[in-house]
Design a protein around this ligand. Structure first.
Ligand SMILES: Cc1ncc(COP(=O)(O)O)c(C=O)c1O
Length: 391
């Protein structure tokens, strides 16, 4: 089946976090939203069919994970990421961020140090700070237009008593796919100093041609034993409203404690539609995903060409993965408030303003390119016109 990612779907009035909040968040109802990581595409047909079939069954009671769920998750990881996992390692969460927060809560104490690598997906800060833990920033280093890891700093921070590392792999917003060598160095440091690793691999399927995502826990057993790997069909197949993430925990004791924590908060029940969508997506979604990646690759090329021709003062970081594109706009303005004014009031577009990812993000904008090309073109056109109006 050939999917039509060019088709524009009107999402206004669907209680969409992305489309139904422009007036509230940006002060104008006509702001085009290319911010939150939610795609404007329908999922694979098999997922839609399965949800419709389940909807017709008509009783939406408490839901459990059936054997086909475990087959689907492990089959996907084996087929797409060459990672062999055991069914009993798989547990779940309503979302990846809830899992991150729960792990911080269950495996560290108030006041403990938790490492992140800025600039990074902003809820990483929230799950540390809101649990009363301290953020330790292993800030990424910008080298030749790409982010790299400061391993010496990481070693010092791990030796200095940090309890946990929140690893974003692939990285949001930088789009890096970490190499096996980089991940091995991270893991070796963490093993040496007894630091647990939460690998947020939610973007693992959205990898551009020529790059390969390596599951952190699949590198060696020592890494599997200290890790929690979080994945979800929410990003891969655009199912964020269905609330079903998977967490893979190979170590028996860590998994026991995680499951106890998830029960303590009573968030261990599954979403009726969430379960069906995970099984359908991971069982039948390969072809759709291949076509999606080709389409996103086309959008990325479009955007890179557009910016090079029309906004040469902006430097775009070419992502290895994710549909999120990180643009250095410091030549236009270094002031986050001014960049917001430019986007919302002047251009009437919403990209994500970079300072929310950390201090290093000031002067950057993150563009969500997972939309029909016509919408991307319109958004870039609006932004370029607003920039030119200023000069
Ligand atoms: C790195 C990362 N983790 C987690 C999430 C969201 O996960 P969830 O909606 O399952 O909580 C996102 C969404 O943008 C993300 O980029």
């Amino acid at each position: 089946m050939k999917y039509d990612f060019d088709r524009v779907i009107d999402r206004m009035g669907t209680a969409s976090y992305k489309w139904d909040q422009s007036e509230k968040l940006f002060g104008h109802s006509d702001v085009l939203p290319l911010w939150v990581a939610d795609m404007d595409f329908e999922p694979p047909q098999e997922v839609v069919d399965e949800i419709q079939r389940r909807a017709k069954q008509g009783v939406y009671g408490y839901t459990i994970r059936m054997p086909e769920y475990f087959d689907a998750v492990s089959g996907w990881l084996k087929r797409r990421h060459q990672w062999d996992i055991r069914h009993e390692w798989i547990t779940s969460s309503p979302g990846v961020v809830p899992a991150l927060s729960l792990i911080v809560h269950a495996f560290t104490q108030p006041g403990d140090k938790v490492i992140l690598q800025s600039p990074v997906y902003y809820p990483f800060y929230d799950v540390i700070k809101m649990n009363g833990r301290n953020v330790v920033d292993n800030a990424l280093v910008l080298r030749d237009g790409r982010y790299e890891i400061d391993f010496d700093l990481l070693e010092n921070q791990a030796a200095d008593g940090a309890k946990l590392l929140l690893l974003c792999s692939p990285h949001n917003p930088g789009g890096r796919v970490w190499t096996r060598e980089e991940l091995t160095r991270i893991g070796d440091i963490c093993v040496r100093h007894g630091v647990l690793v939460v690998a947020d691999e939610i973007h693992h399927d959205l990898v551009y041609r020529g790059h390969e995502h390596i599951p952190f826990a699949g590198i060696k057993d020592e890494f599997a034993q200290i890790s929690f790997t979080c994945i979800a069909t929410s990003k891969t197949f655009n199912l964020a409203g269905l609330q079903a993430a998977s967490v893979i925990i190979p170590n028996d004791e860590l998994r026991r404690l995680y499951n106890q924590a998830i029960k303590t908060f009573s968030i261990h029940m599954e979403s009726y539609f969430g379960m069906s969508s995970v099984v359908a997506g991971y069982t039948h979604g390969d072809e759709w995903l291949e076509q999606l990646i080709d389409y996103l690759q086309g959008n990325l090329t479009y955007m890179l060409d557009f910016v090079a021709n029309r906004l040469p003062e902006i430097t775009v970081m070419r992502p290895d993965a994710t549909y999120l594109v990180w643009m250095d706009c410091r030549a236009i303005s270094e002031d986050p408030a001014d960049l917001k004014k430019l986007m919302y009031d002047e251009a009437r577009v919403a990209f994500t303003e970079g300072s929310v990812f950390g201090k290093q993000g000031e002067g950057y904008l993150r563009v969500n390119i997972a939309c029909p090309r016509s919408i991307l073109a319109e958004a870039l056109e609006r932004f370029a016109s607003a920039v030119r109006q200023r000069t």
